[in-house]
Design a protein around this ligand. Structure first.
Ligand code: MG
Length: 203
């Protein structure tokens, strides 16, 4: 099973990190060992002093495919979840400044907590879907899939040019603005269209 993620997919988040707006989706991947399921806690790793949350909508691929045309892409994912793309921002910044790959800053163990999966139409219009993240009960991120630079179908089509998508693969589709650091003792909660679907305690 593969886990892909899209970087820089919401304009206001690109601005808050002072990044350039991409012409094509920015794709990276996380290994399967990054997943945390069933609201299990996240243990703060000792190699970073600046772990950030990034709340995102996650797609689950339901059918194998390669070179998928955008107009058929909707047939290749049938479920969504809320996920946190934990990022060791200090490591990432150092690597980015040297032009080196981000892998260790994004793919470390437990860097990808995800909620249960729901049918993609469960919460309403998939292409205009509000989602949010709370930290210790306070809303930090409020996104809407309608604000993505590259929508779900474009992302599926684009990734499948390079990687054969297989049933069960996951795709983190990018974070809206409001990312920030976590500390031990924090609780994060993820919501899709007002419904709480994920809880992550930082230990
Ligand atoms: Mg992200």
């Amino acid at each position: 099973m593969k886990i892909f993620a899209v970087g820089r997919n919401y304009v206001e988040h690109i601005q808050e990190l002072d990044n350039e707006r991409p012409d094509e989706p920015v794709i990276f991947s996380k290994p399967e060992t990054a997943l945390v399921k069933k609201n299990n806690p996240f243990f703060y790793p000792d190699f970073s002093q600046d772990i950030h949350f990034e709340g995102e909508i996650v797609l689950k691929v339901c059918k194998n495919g390669k070179n998928i045309l955008e107009k058929f892409a909707h047939k290749y994912y049938d479920e969504i979840a809320f996920g946190v793309d934990f990022t060791a921002r200090d490591l990432q910044s150092k690597l980015k400044s040297k032009g080196l790959p981000w892998e260790i800053a994004k793919g470390f163990d437990m860097s990808a907590p995800i909620s249960a999966f729901y049918p993609k139409d469960h919460f309403g219009n998939l292409f205009n879907l509000p989602f949010s993240l709370k930290q210790n009960g306070e809303t930090r991120q409020q996104g809407n899939t309608g604000l993505m630079l590259f929508n779900f179908d474009h992302i599926i089509s684009y990734i499948s040019k390079f990687f054969t998508l297989k049933q069960g693969d996951l795709i983190f589709t990018g974070t809206p603005k409001g990312v920030g650091p976590v500390k031990i003792g924090d609780t994060l909660e993820g919501f899709i269209n007002e419904q709480k679907v994920l809880k992550v305690e930082i230990k």
